[in-house]
Design a protein around this ligand. Structure first.
Ligand SMILES: [Zn+2]
Length: 277
């Protein structure tokens, strides 16, 4: 459904309206009915489709949650420079740039960090505020690599994240032994902390992220910046591993200019899961 929606948006046809209606039966058909007229329609439909347990519909600029909560999609501050986009994204800002799911692994363009901006109000509402103990009550154990090297990890059960990560784990567990060193031991899932060097809450604080083997990870903060502010891109994580995560709606930090190659997090609004839960 989401694949159809993406294709439809590139070549606006009657199919687009149909795809949007299918993707968001309760909300977006009215907004998305004019093919090609509104570039925001498709990411908005994808947002609603990503979180059916929580999000009900979009009315004008309001995202309406199933419990009646309303949040502004656009804060009216216009297109933000990179630093402002990262520090204080509105909900719509989180949806751009488009995450290049399935693309070959290559150094991302400068400041291309799809999914790195997170609206805290939105994620606090969805998964809870870990500083208040709201996240831990929904954490459940999964078994990482049940055959290769079993390890218990705590993950949020909200939106089926734990079940999805368990499926990912089983698929990774079936990979040939040459992949093991990238996967074991996992370096962590839930952790109520801020991102290094910032006051922003990490995706790990929501129980929706995992870091895989630290020994083969590369992180932009450990790289020397060039004169234009870019970093030498380094990655060892094989495409086969990235592809398994992406198929289940997890984005990868290796696709960011500010790269974090051991990091994956569940962000179905950016990459609709191709495999049902
Ligand atoms: Zn991480």
């Amino acid at each position: 459904m989401a694949e159809a929606s993406r294709r439809g948006a590139r070549a606006p046809t009657l199919g687009l309206a149909l795809a949007l209606a299918l993707a968001a039966p309760s909300g977006l058909a009215a907004d998305g009915a004019a093919p090609g007229a509104d570039p925001k329609a498709e990411p908005r439909a994808q947002l609603l489709a990503a979180y059916p347990d929580h999000l009900d519909r979009i009315e004008g600029n309001d995202l309406v949650w199933r419990d009646g909560t309303r949040m502004a999609l656009d804060d009216g501050r216009g297109t933000k420079p990179f630093a402002a986009w990262l520090a204080g994204p509105d909900i719509e800002d989180m949806l751009t740039p488009v995450y290049p799911a399935g693309a070959p692994i290559s150094p991302p363009p400068k400041d291309f960090d799809p999914g790195r901006a997170r609206n805290e109000t939105f994620f606090d509402r969805m998964y809870g505020d870990c500083r208040k103990g709201e996240v831990s009550r929904n954490l459940v154990n999964i078994v990482w690599l049940p055959t290769k090297a079993p390890q218990r990890l705590k993950v949020s059960r909200i939106n089926g994240v734990a079940a999805r990560l368990q499926r990912i784990s089983q698929e990774l567990d079936a990979l040939p032994a040459r992949f093991d060193r990238y996967l074991m031991p996992a370096a962590g899932t839930y952790n109520c902390r801020t991102i290094a060097g910032t006051g922003r809450r990490s995706a790990h604080g929501y129980g929706i992220a995992i870091d895989i083997a630290l020994e083969h990870a590369h992180y932009w903060r450990n790289a020397a910046a060039g004169p234009d502010g870019s970093y030498v891109y380094r990655n060892e994580i094989p495409h086969e591993i990235v592809a398994i995560f992406e198929a289940h709606g997890f984005i990868w930090g290796g696709r960011w200019h500010h790269y974090d190659t051991m990091h994956f997090e569940y962000r179905p609004e950016l990459i609709p899961p191709r495999i049902p839960q």
